[in-house]
Design a protein around this ligand. Sequence first.
Ligand SMILES: [Zn+2]
Length: 161
Amino acid sequence: MIDIEGINRTANDYSAESGELGQDQRQQIMNVTDDLKHTVDSVSTVWSRLGLSDREAEVAAYRELGFTNKSIAYMLDISTNTVNEYTRRAKQKYNTARALLAREEDSQALSKNWVCPKPSCGHETKRAYTNSKYNPDTNVSTWRCQECHTEYQRKIQSPDA
Ligand SMILES: [Zn+2]
């Protein structure tokens, strides 16, 4: 078990107190990177698909596991400012990628016909007849297949969400 919260606390407490970790604590935190290598490799692969660089994807993977930027700085032996910058760029690229994904879905929404995503159904119908609804309070759009009556929902996300 890797105590991620414990590592975060150590990284935060020591850097707040003295500005620097002792050699022992630093080594302890850096050792965790070996234990996590496989996990971080596979998670960062997913992040790279969104156009993140290797380093940005690595930082994103550590953050996804629950590490703070201060912890990540010690684990990768780089400055917290550098981790902050990787994080900032990763977020930017992620938002752009997500916006593009949403736009692709939206462009499908502009087409005349709609195909039911349920594999056993696949009913094709005019989009205008899918009983689609949009709730402006929740930003959720809903539509229903007139053949199998399955209801589908999609949250409309703004790129800056
Ligand atoms: Zn259907």
